[in-house]
Design a protein around this ligand. Structure first.
Ligand code: SAH
Ligand code: SF4
Ligand code: F3S
Length: 467
């Protein structure tokens, strides 16, 4: 084994929850890199372990405490060898529970919320003289203080990248903790987003997914102080040479405005795959959830989106067993799913979250009914996903080739609809978007082959590189 220089320290970050946490974990690593921290995939060799946590459902939250139990043992083992391990809890559980975490699990050295990430190097220094908790919502723009990734780090992270453009949520759906853990909606200025996107593309990124808890509520300011929506932002990003694909997630139906729908009509780089959660197909439940739209309005919206972009594939999120949900309400959800026909969807049993309005409601649905409804819903969704994958067989789809495949002589990539695609081909194809004829479906992926024409062209592409 090679000796680590004494001034470099090893960092291990474990990420739970949504893509915004994935993005944040990278930014924390970037913030710590200038202070001598190098990421490791081996938790046992870490001088600093950060858990980037999720509070969305009880199960997600509770995972953190079992992980802290394991870390305590790992730390003891390191201490027995004359080394140490600092332990930090970041993310949404940190924001929601603050001091409580240390009370429950004294092994923790620092607790800090998503708004404190730019202060992380200072917090670590502070934690030398006692446990630290930082869950303030500061006024300053943390993104201005967070360093960008070094180019070689971005290259290592791959051909696709996340870019958070908006954070927080003002919607207050009655089941959801996000408005409390992430705070009020804030949009990053347009110039900052474009600069970050350019940096990613210059490092070889081909596909960017714009992120926000409520990404289509984006309203960043441009240099003239004018408010720019997500649709207009997509048009601006489309001008970046070398950026080939653009996605965004997660959207709220109420914020799908005309400009964004026009972007789907006019911008080929905006991928025809939209995650547009509806949660329920029943109007009384949608009202109780404070979603502020009806089932019919959601369906009309989807019609408008499909009129603009006929090949649009949809994805969604559903909650079963929200307080007061009857069998009739649940059947309305099944009917909604049948009507829309999702390419993919996520479904969850309602989880009571203390502090949210849903927690106060009478008529909590018994666990076994939730489980039974979830199973029925998932059966329908799985059938739709399989049908969507099968419907791609025989079509030729542009695939961004991203990585070597599982077996030698294979590569893997993504279709416009975010399906994992496997095909025969050499590693030289990585980084290219190529037409792939879909020939079959796997369990969670589809399979295809390059057209003869492309095979010939890619051979000359390889030759020209060798020459
Ligand atoms: N901002 C996104 C969702 C963020 S949370 C949006 O508005 O769609 C991701 C998903 O978790 C939600 O869409 C919802 O389906 C689910 N979820 C949120 N709170 C939940 C709870 N208390 N119980 C079960 N599922 C929940
Ligand atoms: Fe939560 Fe609703 Fe906001 Fe989504 S829109 S983050 S579900 S409160
Ligand atoms: Fe979880 Fe926070 Fe994301 S609660 S889903 S990590 S915003």
């Amino acid at each position: 084994m090679t000796e680590t220089p004494h001034n470099t320290k090893k960092l291990f970050i474990k990420t739970y929850g949504c893509q915004m946490n994935v993005y944040d974990s990278d930014r924390m690593a970037d913030a710590l890199a200038p202070h001598g921290y190098e990421t490791t995939a081996e938790i046992g060799e870490a001088d600093l372990v950060l858990l980037n946590t999720c509070h969305i459902r009880e199960k997600a939250s509770e995972k953190v405490f079992s992980e802290l139990g394991r870390l305590k043992i790992l730390r003891e083992a390191r201490r027995a060898n004359g080394k140490d391990m600092k332990i930090g809890v970041a993310g949404c559980v940190a924001q929601a529970e603050g001091e409580e975490i240390i009370a429950r699990s004294p092994v923790v050295d620092l607790v800090f919320g998503p708004q404190a990430y730019h202060r992380l190097p200072d917090l670590i220094v502070k934690s030398e003289s006692g446990q630290v908790v930082d869950t303030d919502f500061p006024q300053e723009d943390k993104f201005e203080h967070l360093p960008a990734a070094r180019k070689e780090v971005t290259i290592k992270r791959g051909l696709t990248a996340f870019l958070t453009v908006q954070e927080g949520c003002d919607k207050f759906c009655s089941f959801c903790v996000v408005p409390y853990t992430r705070g009020a909606e804030v949009s990053r200025p347009v110039a900052q987003v474009i600069a970050e996107a350019r940096g990613l593309v210059e490092a070889g990124v081909k596909e960017i997914t714009l992120l926000g808890q409520n990404v289509n509520a984006y309203h960043g300011l441009d240099q003239n102080g004018r408010s720019v929506g997500l649709g207009e932002l997509a048009f601006l990003l489309a001008k970046i040479p070398g950026l080939e694909r653009l996605r965004y997630t997660t959207s709220h139906p109420r914020d799908m405005d005309d400009a964004l729908i026009a972007a789907h009509r006019d911008l080929p780089l905006l991928m025809p795959y939209l995650h547009l959660p509806v949660q329920s197909g029943s109007d009384p439940i949608l009202k109780a959830m404070n979603r502020r739209h009806t089932a019919a309005e959601y369906l009309t919206l989807i019609e408008r989106i499909k009129a603009a972009r006929p090949d649009m594939a949809l994805s969604g999120d559903f909650i079963v067993g929200f307080p007061g949900e009857t069998e009739v309400d649940f059947e309305a959800t099944l009917a909604m799913v049948r009507e829309v026909g999702y390419a993919s969807a996520f479904s969850f049993k309602y989880s009571l979250r203390p502090g949210t309005p849903g927690a106060e409601l009478a008529d909590q649905v018994p666990e076994e009914i939730k489980a039974e409804r979830l199973a029925r819903l998932q059966e329908l969704i799985n059938a739709q996903m399989a049908a969507f994958n099968r419907s791609c067989v025989g079509r030729t789809l542009p695939v961004l080739i991203e990585r070597p495949g599982r077996n030698a002589g294979q590569v893997g990539g993504r279709s416009p609809y975010l399906q994992a695609v496997h095909l025969e081909g050499s590693g030289d194809l990585i980084g290219h978007i190529l037409p792939v004829e879909i020939t079959g479906v796997g369990k969670n992926s589809i399979e295809g082959k390059l057209s003869r024409d492309t095979q010939r062209k890619s051979a000359s592409l390889v030759e020209s590189r060798v020459a």
